[in-house]
Design a binder for this molecule. Sequence first.
Ligand code: GCO
Ligand code: MN
Ligand code: MN
Length: 391
Amino acid sequence: MDSFAPTKEDKFSFGLWTVGNPGRDPFGDAVREPMDPCYIVQKLAEIGAWGVNLHDNDLVPFGASASERDRIVGDFRKAVDASGMVVPMATTNLFTHPVFKDGAFTANDPKVRAFALRKTMDAMDLGTELGASTFVFWGGREGAEADACRDPRDAVKRFRDAINFLCEYVRDQGHNLRFALEPKPNEPRGDIYFPTIGHMLHFITTLDHPDMVGVNPEVAHDTMAGLSFSQGVAQAMEAGKLYHIDLNAQKIGRYDQDLRFGSEDLKQAFLLVRLLEGTTGRPCYDGPRHFDAHAYRTEDEAGVWDFAAGCMRTYNILCERAKAFDADGEVQDLLKDQESWEIDPLLQSYSRDNASKIRGLDLDPAALSRRGLGYERLDQIMIEYILGVRG
Ligand code: GCO
Ligand code: MN
Ligand code: MN
């Protein structure tokens, strides 16, 4: 038995658009044939995935009639049930159609914003019908190149109005949906509003129903901006706002690559899996481990399934590595050394008593400065775990 083989308990999910990506890019045409959504579900189940996610138009073509929609959704529902899969997340395509060229919820034309709201309400009904409990908002076109076209404060307000409107819609319909907002700094727009996890976390605090809304961070998006993804995700977890996650790989400073999980920056991937799986003993993330990535353009269909299996396998290998690292006695000693100071409780809240005790402490900055912290050793041990030569 291969201990890295994915199981349903791992909660791995893929979007229809990920394994279904035909390899089109801004310079070249599709290299793979479109795959039928029902076939994708069956194949994903065979390779050990747990869930499948979708944009409305990954399943139902833009402009389909009501009867066509019902037939397509009915067939898909049967395929999902027959393969033992679930649909944990759904979302709306608010970026492909030219009507969204100036944005969707933030577009200047109220008719475009109305169309975006209507399309999203329909997509929420669709997601709910398929059993989704998370609804993702990726504002791919919510941005600008000609910044003078709108005051960014209006973009923020319009986006807030839309999310508030849709929260009320969900409550009114009795849908069981939580929202996960996905930040991205750029691409396809020159600059996208709410470019980072931090921007989104603050925005959520300004909503009418902040409890219904969290974030959906993506490895590639923070990495494009040169940020530490694991630090951003940790902040979202600390705030109780990690409702969903998009896993892939990316080189800093490049175009949006959406590479196989773990195929770039193994150290960040290790730290991320360690964080999500709580291998240090802290609470773990219990939502879908969702891969938002696609196979290289060089691949045929067999390469697509190699890609998907590789995402899950690397995740499980990194999880095993992180567990071993955190169980290592030398690692524990190095970390304990940093955390064992008895004065710590004094620092956690103000009281006159704590302030006066802190004033009375024997604190010698020169001695503190001389103390080596052992982080070189700690990091080298981590590298040796990642490289598979220790533990
Ligand atoms: C991207 C985004 C998208 C979204 C998807 C779901 O960079 O294109 O990551 O893949 O995640 O639209 O909302
Ligand atoms: Mn992305
Ligand atoms: Mn994404």
